[in-house]
Each structure stands twice: as structure tokens, then as C-alpha cells.
Design a protein around this ligand. Structure first.
Ligand SMILES: Nc1ncnc2c1ncn2[C@@H]1O[C@H](COP(=O)(O)OP(=O)(O)OP(=O)(O)O)[C@@H](O)[C@H]1O
Length: 683
């Protein structure tokens, strides 16, 4: 970055040196504190060991408490030191000169990924503070921020973007915009990494509004491919952990991600931001835990893109629609009401007639079936005690509940679920591989029904749930997630990137699946060059705003046979490797095809990686073959979308598969096909 006066560089270089000194002093002080905690701990431990027989229990207990206290303070100091150590290479990325209305002159605030305070005052302001927020929101001129004492109005005199790498100043430039475009371009134009990076120095205004939203309990973010949704969700977690420090911890936040590869890809962002990793969940593991409560299991999730049992795919697909969920909700409500066939109840001398039971049952329609019967039993027994306080053998709730349970037509959640499909209006079929095993397509519908039968115990630990790739989850899965996680949610994805296993959502229809969801949209794409994005949008026939970053036009190459296509791919890999640096992905439609192509290429080229859902540690490899479902959410410097023939991508729904595959490329995209090309390619 050039063009800034040398006195600015000199000033910032001097300031950087002073800040790094303050940082080292603070780290040294924490190291000393840790040392003294260690000495105290060892000393007390030794004292307790030496005097084991002589210390009375009260003193032992007191000493244990002191040890725990030292331990906790030590852990806290250790975390603080680790956080500060992450600042060494780059303690801050911006400077904001602000004159409050109440003060005479401007004060320079340096903004970084962590705050740094010492005896002299604040050396670095955390980007998540309201003062830090002004950097993203406001241009030079009148501005205000929310301080603990109330709003502080004033004037931003100067905004300066500063790049420090490895403890050295790379540039310092003043900006009149929120973020200078060339700095954003430089950040985005770099070679891709094996892991997603943090973007704190270039967060855009609309992204910032999502990160800092604290007023909506459910935030649904619809964003075009490469608009930063995943990145923003992770920065939002870091923001919430900072704002709610003490009330919200990393183990109170969970991310539902599509697969282990994706979870690994995003795993570095929070540590880079100085926060601990949060809980990682997926729909399979949630289902496994919950089905274990019913002593049930399920078959492997069906992937609509893979070859397999067509009828099972069809059943799963039918159960992933909104129409199915609406039917399920209606059907289970009616079935639960019909399941209770009231008879006159008699426990020794205690009697209740059938009509009374029917009325009581109907009045509790909001309560799950088994809990309804328990509640009725308790109320009936309480009423019996009131009516005849001197009865020698009053009815007990357990006895009454047993009698009421005997009046149920269905005795288990599984029977209730299976019976729904015997209704004449059932839109889908039920086939169970065995009494204890469900097909994947039935897992969430069953959990939904089981909650109406038994009730469900919400997760107490998780206070914020982040759901990525929202377009791939069914309405019933969302209903169950809301039963299990009664907490704030950030739900993100792109309705244009559906894998074809659910409803065709719009952001509005998705928002309608949540209580009080606020839908926010990100419309600008940052990942790919303008040329790649134009090509990808041509597949879907729409348009997306991109940043002004350019590269080669994508190429579409046809081959007579799959073998000649593979021959070209082998040469392409050699060219890529000779050029040096970066990561190349060869993306196919299905796993089966990725395996086959990998096998073919492995005969010609060495060191190729084949990705699978539970691959670990492969993201740094230079050339990876993977199916589109796994490539989702990831990015690569160069992408070849292989085997993109008319046979492979024929259906209209296949447009989104091609779109996902093409939008994984940052700098270069090639599409290859044997035989005829897919009709969806914009050629
Ligand atoms: N403000 C920004 N500054 C720098 N880079 C950004 C910014 N916003 C997004 N990016 C970059 O754009 C790329 C895409 O981001 P991300 O993966 O979060 O997008 P996404 O919307 O989740 O994409 P997709 O839906 O296509 O998987 C990443 O490399 C990210 O670092």
C-alpha cells in the first residue's frame, strides 16, 4: 500500500514499537503472576502432605478451598496470557481519532482483536466494544457510541487502516470510507488457506450489523455464495462471548454444521479471535443421542445426490417438505386426541365417570400425552383427598395413572408414529428396516411425534445455537431443533445452494418456520472473481453483486471420453503444481464419482487426496478430489468442475449443484465434461 506520507509511517512505526513494549511487559507480568501461583500451590500442597495426620478436617477443607482458588486464578491468568500472545504479530489493525463533545481534543484509539490495558491506560481497544464498532459503522464526521455511562457523541477526526504483520508495520493509510476497497481487495486476493481466516480488519457495514445484533432472538441470514455468512456467524459468536462475558461461555454455544470436514475448516476462526472453540453438532449426532432415549437407531442418512435405493430417497425427500410437516403436525394432534378412549375409572371406592375424564383430557391439549395423564392423575387424587379427607385408602397418582394409561389406544411413540401412515391422507410411506431401526427420513418426524407422546427435555447447556447451510434442513428438523434447543439462534445459508433434499425454500418461508425470526440478507459476494461469479450466476439465470476483483474467464472444455478428460486433468494438476502454491479442488457430483475419478487419476498422478465426510487434516493438501456436497462451504484457489456432462446435470434441481461447485473457486475455474455438456452451463 503506497501513497501515504512518510511521517505517517514514522509515527505509526514508533507507536507500534511502544505498544509492543507494553504488550511484552503485560505478558511478562502475567508470567510472573503465574509463577507465584505455582509456588503458592506447590507450597500449600507440600504443607498438606507433610502434615496429613495432624491437620483437622476443617483446616484440610479450608486448604482445599485455597488450592481451588489458586487453580482458578492460575487458569484465568493463563487464558489472559494466551490471548495477549495472539496479539504479538499484529496488536491492532486500525486507528480512530475521536473528539467527544465534552473534550477539547481528539484522542487516538487503536483497535485490535483483543483489548490491552495496563497502568498507563488503554493501549488497544477490543474490536467488539461500542467504540470499536464505530470503525466499521461510521465515516469521519459526527458520530456517537454507547458507553456504560450513556451515549457519547462527538466527531471522528480520522480513520486509519493499519496492517501489522509479524510485529512489523506494513502500511498505514487514512480512509474516508468504512473500509478502503483496495485493502479489502488485498485481503481477498490472497491465496486460500486450509482453514477459514478471521476478517476483523475488513468487516463490511451490513456484515457488522449482523455480528452486533443483540435484539433478535432468532436471526436468519440469507446470503449469496461467498457473501461471508459463515465468517460472520463465527465473528458474531466471538462478539456475543465478549459482550456477555460471565453469562455466556464457549460451551454454551453450539454450531450445527453439515459435516466434519466443514467443522474442521471453520475451527480456527474462534481461537484466532482469542476465544475458545464452541460445541460442534450435526443432525446425525443430535438424532443419535435423542433416539437412544427410545432405544432406537437409524440407517445412514440418504444423500439425494448419491446413487442408491430410489424408493428410500423418495420417501426421505417426501418427508422433508413443508407440506409433509404441516400434515404431520395436524395428523399427530388428531391422533393424540383420538388415542385416549375414556372409560369409567375405578380405584377401590374412588370413581370418576368417562365423561369427566374426557373433559379433563381435552382441557390439557397443550401438554404431551404421557404428561397429560400424569397431570390428570395428580389432579384427580388431589380432588379425592379434598372430597373425603378421612378416606382410609385414598387413590394414589401412580395407580390412577396406570388406569388412565390402560385407556390409551397406542402404548408407545413408535406405534403412534406408525399409525399415522395408516391414515388415508398420509402423503408418504413408512418402511422400517426393523422394530428398533428407522430409516433416516423418519428420524426427525419420529422425534417430533415422540415429543408429543412423551415430551422432550430441552438441552439446558446450550444458550445459543448456530445452524449453517439452513437450506438443507427440513421443516420437521427445524421443529425438533426448536423443541430441543429453546434458546437464541443464528440460522444462515443460501436458498440458491440447496442440495435437493428438502423443500425449495425462500428466505421468507424459512423465516416462517421460527418464532419471531428476523431475516437479514447479504447480497454482495466476496469470494470469487467477478468473472467466476458471472459464470456461476449464468447457471441459475440470476445476478449477484461482486467486488471489483478480476481474473481469467472460466473455461468449459469438452472431451470425447471420460478417459481423455482424465488425461487432461492429470496434465492440469501437473501445470498447477508447477505454478506452485495454493489449493486445487476437482469437484464431482457424487461421492461415487469422486472415488472413481480419484482412482483413475491416481494411476497418473501422485499425492492426490480423496475427501470423505470424516476426513481430517486433509484441507492443507494441494489437490483434492471431492463431491459437491462436501465442497459446500469450503473454498479453493482453483476449481475444476469435472464430469459436468448432460447426463450428470440434467434435472433443473442440478443447477444448484453446479452453482455450489463453481462458487468454491477464488481465482480460477474450469468446467470439464465428457460427451455433451450439461444444458445448464452458460456457454
Ligand atoms: N468483509 C470481508 N473481508 C474480507 N474477506 C471477506 C469478507 N467477507 C467475506 N470474506 C471472504 O469471503 C469468503 C467467503 O466467506 P464465507 O465462506 O463466510 O461465505 P459464505 O457466504 O458462507 O459462502 P458460501 O455460502 O458460498 O459457502 C471467505 O474467504 C471470507 O474470508
Amino acid at each position: 500500500m503506497t501513497g501515504e506520507p512518510s511521517d505517517v509511517q514514522t509515527e505509526e512505526r514508533e507507536h507500534l514499537a511502544a505498544t509492543l513494549d507494553r504488550l511484552e511487559a503485560k505478558i511478562a507480568a502475567l508470567t510472573e503472576t503465574l509463577g507465584s501461583h505455582d509456588t503458592d500451590y506447590r507450597g500449600l500442597k507440600a504443607y498438606m502432605a507433610e502434615n496429613r495426620g495432624e491437620l483437622d478436617p476443617a483446616e484440610m477443607y479450608q486448604n482445599e478451598l485455597i488450592l481451588n482458588g489458586i487453580d482458578a486464578r492460575g487458569a484465568h491468568a493463563m487464558r489472559a496470557r494466551e490471548r495477549l500472545e495472539t496479539m504479538r504479530g499484529s496488536p491492532y489493525f486500525a486507528r480512530l481519532d475521536f473528539t467527544p463533545d465534552t473534550a477539547a481534543g481528539a484522542e487516538a484509539h487503536y483497535i485490535g482483536r483483543q483489548g490491552l490495558q495496563d497502568a498507563e491506560g488503554t493501549a488497544v481497544v477490543d474490536w467488539r466494544t461500542p467504540l470499536g464498532g464505530m470503525f466499521y459503522e461510521s465515516e469521519p464526521g459526527p458520530a456517537a457510541y454507547e458507553a456504560p455511562s450513556g451515549e457519547i457523541g462527538g466527531r471522528i477526526e480520522r480513520k486509519r487502516q493499519i496492517k501489522v504483520e509479524g510485529g512489523k508495520l506494513r502500511f498505514a493509510v487514512d480512509t474516508a470510507e468504512a473500509i478502503r476497497d483496495e485493502i479489502l481487495l488485498e485481503e481477498i486476493g490472497r491465496t486460500s488457506d486450509a482453514h477459514m481466516r478471521s476478517i476483523i480488519s475488513t468487516i463490511q457495514r451490513d456484515q457488522n450489523a449482523i455480528i452486533r445484533n443483540e435484539s433478535d432472538s432468532t436471526l436468519l441470514i440469507q446470503g449469496v455464495a461467498g457473501s461471508g455468512k459463515t465468517s460472520i456467524a463465527l465473528h458474531r459468536i466471538a462478539y456475543l462471548l465478549f459482550r456477555l462475558r460471565g453469562r455466556l461461555q464457549a460451551h454454551n454455544i453450539a454450531i450445527v454444521s453439515p459435516n466434519g470436514l466443514f467443522a474442521e475448516y471453520v475451527s480456527e476462526v474462534l481461537p484466532e479471535l482469542g476465544e475458545e472453540p464452541v460445541v460442534s453438532l450435526d443432525l446425525e449426532s443430535i438424532a443419535r443421542t435423542r433416539l437412544a432415549e427410545h432405544r432406537m437407531d437409524f440407517t445412514a442418512p440418504v444423500d439425494p445426490v448419491e446413487p442408491g435405493d430410489g424408493a428410500e430417497h423418495e420417501r426421505a425427500r417426501a418427508k422433508a417438505t413443508l407440506a409433509f410437516h404441516q400434515w404431520l403436525e395436524r395428523a399427530v394432534t388428531e391422533a393424540v386426541e383420538d388415542s385416549f378412549v375414556a372409560r369409567d375409572l375405578r380405584v377401590r371406592t374412588f370413581r370418576v365417570d368417562a365423561e369427566d375424564l374426557r373433559t379433563r383430557f381435552a382441557a390439557l391439549s397443550h401438554v404431551p400425552l404421557r404428561a397429560r395423564l400424569r397431570s390428570m392423575a395428580e389432579h384427580l387424587c388431589a380432588a379425592a383427598r379434598l372430597e373425603d379427607p378421612s378416606a382410609a385408602f385414598p387413590p394414589k397418582p401412580g395407580e390412577v395413572n396406570k388406569e388412565l394409561t390402560a385407556m390409551l389406544k397406542v402404548k408407545t411413540a413408535r406405534a403412534l408414529y406408525r399409525d399415522l401412515y395408516r391414515r388415508p391422507d398420509a402423503p408418504a410411506a413408512f418402511r422400517a428396516p426393523s422394530a428398533k431401526t428407522l430409516e433416516w427420513g423418519d428420524v426427525y418426524p419420529f422425534l417430533f411425534v415422540a415429543a408429543r407422546f412423551h415430551g422432550s427435555t430441552p438441552d439446558q447447556e446450550i444458550q445459543h445455537l448456530v445452524i449453517d447451510e439452513m437450506q438443507d434442513h427440513s421443516p420437521t428438523q427445524y421443529a425438533v431443533l426448536q423443541q430441543l434447543y429453546r434458546c437464541n439462534m443464528t440460522v444462515l445459508g443460501d436458498v440458491a445452494q440447496a442440495l435437493g433434499n428438502t423443500e425449495d425454500y425462500t428466505p421468507g418461508s424459512l423465516g416462517g418456520l421460527f418464532r419471531d425470526a428476523r431475516v437479514m440478507e447479504l447480497t454482495r459476494s466476496y469470494r470469487s472473481t467477478a468473472e467466476i461469479m458471472r459464470f456461476a450466476c449464468g447457471i441459475r439465470g440470476d445476478e449477484v453483486t461482486t467486488i471489483d476483483r478480476h481474473g481469467d474467464e472460466p473455461e468449459v472444455l469438452g472431451f470425447g471420453t471420460g478417459a481423455s478428460e482424465a488425461g487432461w486433468l492429470a496434465e492440469e494438476i501437473a501445470r498447477f503444481r508447477a505454478a506452485g502454491g495454493g489449493r486445487l479442488a476437482i469437484i464431482t457430483r457424487s461421492h461415487a464419482q469422486a472415488r472413481a475419478l480419484h482412482g483413475e487419476l491416481a494411476e497418473k498422478v501422485e499425492g492426490l487426496t480423496l475427501a470423505s465426510a470424516d476426513s481430517r487434516g486433509i484441507l492443507g493438501h494441494d489437490v483434492t478430489v471431492l463431491p459437491v456436497g462436501l465442497a459446500k462451504g469450503l473454498e479453493f484457489d482453483e476449481v475444476v468442475v469435472a464430469r459436468a456432462s448432460a447426463e450428470e446435470y440434467a434435472a433443473d434441481a442440478d443447477r444448484s449443484l453446479l452453482y455450489i461447485a463453481c462458487t468454491r473457486a477464488l481465482h480460477r475455474l474450469t468446467v470439464t465434461h465428457p460427451g455433451r455438456p450439461s444444458p445448464h452451463l452458460p456457454v
